[in-house]
Design a binder for this molecule. Structure first.
Ligand code: MG
Length: 385
């Protein structure tokens, strides 16, 4: 069975009152969008991901979404939620048997919940996660504004996403979504078509981030103990080598001697990431005795380290690096280095710090004979781990 996921982030999130779309706001160094895409992308049953973005974000989609394991496609959203979903579903390949529709504003859905909706849809055609109402539920009379009646609580369930649909069901409900009637979730379309929708157990933690208060609460709740690692690297500086830092070429008359490109920033940060996840060190994964890593770009090793910690269930949250170098001044290059590191880690620019220091003329680094770097990396337990 092939499962595709459509992550809907087509809205502007006007209720947040923030200066950027809601889906780009971050919790623990990763945006709502990255987290929501990540939890689908990393689910073992999912082999394809379609992300629906506002047209204005399409040009830089790669930057907003980050790296994905699955084949990912990006499409522009429509005026209503149901139009965005339809655009996403139409971009799914025809080989998908079940399609998940997930709201980017729910960054905490876990793998077990996704398993339940996939199984529900495979068996029944359509399935949604929902949680039982706990409060007493009243129906309000819209004319008088007073309580009309109490509704039997057992009948009330709060729908969440991802919702899952078998292809034959999507073929029926797709055309309905193009009509005038407004559906606030996809299962409403199935209801209109008379298609039974199965309810599977939702999750209280699978909250929808709608207001600034929701975001604050979610940031406070994301308190699973982070993992911290440190890294250190030093290379001798010699003539005839290019000085590379975070893959950026810094013009200078000397560069680091080494089997690889001697990018101390990437090497120290690679060790910090591997250390934080308890997954060994750079020498173990990329030995300098192995010709495969001769001249290897540091940024490439860093990306591989991100994949290693990812496989161990961790996602980078933030990094802080100090580069110790007597000359040249690094300030003009810091912004591009931060951008390169943020892209490799899949985090916001604000989660990456890079500082240049001199060694005040003291020892080999101070005499300009070597370049060194210290790095600290913080990893969060990945949402789906
Ligand atoms: Mg090194």
């Amino acid at each position: 069975m092939r499962v595709a996921a459509v992550i809907v982030a087509g809205g502007q999130g006007t209720r947040m009152g923030a200066d950027q779309p809601k889906q780009l706001l971050s919790i623990g160094g990763r945006s709502l969008l990255q987290r929501s895409v990540g939890l689908c992308d990393h689910h073992p049953a999912v082999s394809e991901v379609v992300v629906v973005l506002p047209a204005a974000l399409l040009a830089d989609a790669g930057q907003w979404i980050g790296e994905t394991r699955c084949a990912a496609r990006v499409v522009a959203g429509g005026p209503r939620r149901q139009d965005s979903v339809r655009a996403g579903v139409m971009a799914v390949s025809s080989t998908a048997d079940v399609v998940l529709v997930h709201d980017a504003a729910r960054p905490f859905a876990d793998a077990a919940l996704i398993d339940r909706v996939i199984a529900g849809a495979a068996a029944h055609g359509a399935a949604i996660p929902a949680i039982a109402a706990r409060d007493t539920v009243k129906r309000r009379d819209l004319t008088t504004g007073l309580v009309g009646e109490s509704v039997p609580r057992a009948e009330i369930w709060m729908a969440q996403t991802p919702q899952a649909f078998r292809r034959d069901v999507l073929e029926v409900i797709g055309p309905l979504s193009a009509g005038e009637r407004e559906a606030t979730d996809e299962s409403m379309l199935a209801e209109w078509a008379g298609i039974p929708v199965m309810i599977v157990e939702g999750d209280e933690r699978n909250v929808k981030i709608t207001t600034p208060e929701d975001l604050t609460a979610a940031r406070g709740r994301d308190v699973r103990t982070p993992r911290v690692g440190t890294g250190y690297d030093l290379h001798r500086l010699v003539e005839g080598r290019a000085l590379m830092l975070a893959g950026i070429h810094v013009p200078f008359e000397r560069g680091p001697l080494g089997h690889s490109d001697g990018d101390v920033l990437c090497h120290s940060l690679t060790d910090a990431l591997l250390g934080a996840a308890g997954t060994g060190d750079i020498g173990q994964h990329f030995p300098n005795t192995d010709p495969a890593w001769k001249g290897a770009p540091g940024l490439d090793l860093l990306r591989r380290a991100v994949a290693i910690v990812d496989a161990a269930g961790y996602a980078p949250s933030s990094a802080d690096i100090s580069i110790i170098l007597e000359r040249p001044k690094l300030l003009p290059f810091i912004a591009s280095m931060r951008q390169a590191v943020a892209a490799a880690l899949g985090v916001d620019l604000s989660a990456v710090s890079i500082k240049g220091k001199t060694n005040e003329g003291v020892d080999a680094v101070g005499r300009g004979e070597a370049i060194a770097a210290h790095a600290v990396a913080v990893l969060s337990v990945r949402g789906d781990a």
